[in-house]
Design a protein around this ligand. Sequence first.
Ligand SMILES: Cc1cc2nc3c(=O)[nH]c(=O)nc-3n(C[C@H](O)[C@H](O)[C@H](O)COP(=O)(O)OP(=O)(O)OC[C@H]3O[C@@H](n4cnc5c(N)ncnc54)[C@H](O)[C@@H]3O)c2cc1C
Length: 411
Amino acid sequence: MFDIAVIGAGLLGSAALRHLTVSFPELRVCAIGPAEPKNRKMHQGVFASHYDQGRITRVLDPSPLWGRLARESIAEYAKIEAASGIVFHHRAGCLRATDLPERIVQMDACAEQLSSPHSRLDDAGCRAAHPYLRFSDSFVAWDEVGEAGYINPRQLAAAQLAAAQNNGAQVIREIVDAIRCEQGGVTIYTRKPPSVPGQGEAIRARKILLCAGGYSNTLLDRKLSLRTKGHTILLAEVPVGEVERLRAMPAVISAFAHKDVSSLYMLPPVPYPDGKTYIKLGFGDADALPLPEPYFNAVQDDRELLDWFHTDGRQDLAEALKEALHRMLPGLNALSYHSVPCLITHTAHGNPYIDALDAGRMYVATGGNGAAAKSSDAIGRLGAMLCATGEWRSQFNRAEFHAVYADGGSK
Ligand SMILES: Cc1cc2nc3c(=O)[nH]c(=O)nc-3n(C[C@H](O)[C@H](O)[C@H](O)COP(=O)(O)OP(=O)(O)OC[C@H]3O[C@@H](n4cnc5c(N)ncnc54)[C@H](O)[C@@H]3O)c2cc1C
């Protein structure tokens, strides 16, 4: 019997597992979750939101809470890299540009509060610092340097799991089909019999921490208020010459009211496993698009999301992203384009749910809201501490992470 089983070996689950091994070395802990499928279009099981090479990381954020989560997580990156021997952090910088008055106020407040190294630029200053980038004629940009840039989310999850395994944790590569809370613990039923010595047909744990991302509700009887939303990203292949020309390019996040400027995020050229280098981009506020991305129920089982992950995302959005890319990087020489689908899991209040669903047995850390990759270490840590101790041992306000149920209630 495990003391704690983390369900889901993605970004939050792998972080939680490592923190359990660091803070509670006496506990027997495991993470249960499948590895990335080799062939997306043939795969019949669960997918994840981190199967990619780049996620933007930075502290400055319109939300002070998300800024603090990022700051705490970023402070751990070097430790995780050293403990695992896996490099995932790239200090390319992050430029946030906006002409929205409310956003400017929020960003200025956050920049003052969290004091991450940055320059506040007007449009002329931005053009001087990043001459290859175009937005509109009037905007403000926060050019964050220091630790800002991007992380490789696949490598971050691998690093967290490797560090946890070095500390004695087990990683069980199975899909969980059901969990049953019983006297004295939880029984976890996997799709195939687990290859864990002495466990029989199911895995037993005293407690579980549910970190199954967009699939979390498929394992719960009483569903959480989670909106799982499709997200289309465009990958533009760039040749060596463009990689060289754009070598100082930061990650970019734009939010504009100006009708000819897009609100999106974009990474600098990043190498991918196919040997090519891509600039990746996606729309920021997909709900504001003329044809919004689809929402999914994702409450019964993983088959509800299969059709989406077998597509290449929305082709009309991919075309719009292509136009936006060339508006923001005029003169870009791209060799090819393709789009891929992803999934974003929104909570009712916009913060992750980190809570006890059945105190003493079942805990949850889920709901990345499209922003949790960079902050996954701190979110996973909060979930791990709550699950292991039953107590909230953190400066963060627990109420900001409470789980909301789909029926409108909390616990
Ligand atoms: C296109 C895109 C761009 C993004 N960009 C950024 C960014 O720039 N910066 C940023 O900070 N964040 C970004 N995010 C958000 C970030 O990737 C997510 O918030 C993060 O991956 C959430 O982590 P998670 O652990 O909750 O979910 P995941 O990483 O999806 O992990 C969940 C895990 O649960 C497992 N699982 C599911 N069901 C089961 C089951 N039944 N049994 C066992 N295991 C199961 C899955 O296999 C998966 O590994 C982006 C997201 C998307 C989609």
